[in-house]
Ligand binder design. Structure first.
Ligand code: 5GP
Length: 188
């Protein structure tokens, strides 16, 4: 039987550059790494595609999936529900391909507590001040919404030491190299 792929869990606060790092990683290592497409009850943002970014479902459908045991883990993040499909990741890793989960700290803690064998990586900003500046300069959201995200980020950062690896996203290319090294040069 072919060797199973690994599960790679990646968390990090909103605005830290996680999506850009993952996008580049998945493009560069196309075929070797696949993204776990989560289910969510949040509304689709402009430019997002159903089945690519998320499987967009209603809150009722989400609840049914919880009841049916569809999720390996799920959590409520920023007032919306997000969950990882057991079947989706099993199909990937059974093909011998590594699967990347972009999930929040609650989901990651749940999997760690269940002793799920995975590579756990946290993407951190150089400091909370830098994150606050980035969010304010790049986002078109209201001041209240941004401050809420900063507060959430502060909470998420409290968990960073629980992860096996922390990648600090100061200079994008350096953070990318660090992430790539962790994923491909560890024996896990
Ligand atoms: P966004 O709405 O910006 O796409 O994602 C918000 C947060 O939800 C991010 O921190 C992301 O990592 C997290 N998230 C996305 N999918 C899942 C999931 O399946 N499970 C959990 N626990 N968190 C998720």
């Amino acid at each position: 039987m072919a060797k199973k792929g690994r599960i790679i869990v990646i968390s990090g606060p909103s605005g830290v550059g996680k999506s850009s790092l993952l996008k580049r990683l998945l493009e560069k290592h196309f075929g070797k790494l696949k993204f776990s497409v989560s289910f969510t009850s949040r509304v689709k943002r402009k430019g997002e595609e159903d089945g690519v970014d998320y499987f967009f479902i209603t809150h009722e459908e989400f609840q049914k999936n919880i009841d049916d045991g569809v999720f390996l883990e799920w959590a409520k993040v920023h007032d919306n529900y997000y969950g990882t499909s057991r079947r989706f990741i099993e199909e990937i890793i059974n093909d011998g391909v590594d699967c990347i989960l972009d999930i929040d700290v609650q989901g990651a803690m749940f999997l760690m507590n269940k002793n799920l064998s995975a590579l756990y990586i946290f993407i951190a900003p150089p400091s909370i001040e830098v994150l606050r500046e980035r969010l304010f300069s790049r986002s078109t959201d209201s001041k209240e919404a941004i401050l809420k995200r900063v507060k959430n980020a502060e909470k998420e950062l409290l968990f960073k030491d629980k992860y096996e690896y922390i990648v600090v996203n100061d200079v994008f290319d350096n953070a990318f190299n660090d992430l790539e090294n962790i994923i491909f040069n560890t024996n896990k």
